[in-house]
Design a protein around this ligand. Sequence first.
Ligand SMILES: [Zn+2]
Length: 172
Amino acid sequence: MKQWRMWWGAAPTEGVANTAFGDLSRSTPLVLHAAIVKTLRLESQRKSPNETGGVLVGYVDGDGRTVVTAVVGPGPNAVHSRSRFRRDGDYAQAEVDRLHHESKGRDDYVGEWHSHPDAGGPSLIDRGSMSWISDNPHYARREPVLLIMERVRTRAWHPRAYRWVAGRLVEL
Ligand SMILES: [Zn+2]
């Protein structure tokens, strides 16, 4: 995991059905604890109306579920705007390395997250970035998770989770 240059953009594409947060941990292979969602909400609100984001760290358990254990924020050199975001790659790398070490090798990069202050599902740029990550051997994640914090009202942020599978985003 050494290449960290992708951009995220919020240009809306075709509509994607909403997933309630409660469904994520019960019926899909992604485990997202409430404390993690709270952190994502706070980070998203802090940078609003600009986008923000970072990476998700965790592990795959014995049942094949991806368990998110930590959120890495944008970092000091991230670029934020109303419809674009680029995280600080050096910061993300250092944080993932630290969390990997602290978990004695259990936790590693599992995917990406960013906010959509103006709502809307994954953009074409988002899809392109996920495709690029999937194909990049440095990430070692063929099916990375993409979590979008979507603001549907002034202060209501809802997580929508996707996974890049076989060349497309599948909502979880
Ligand atoms: Zn986006």
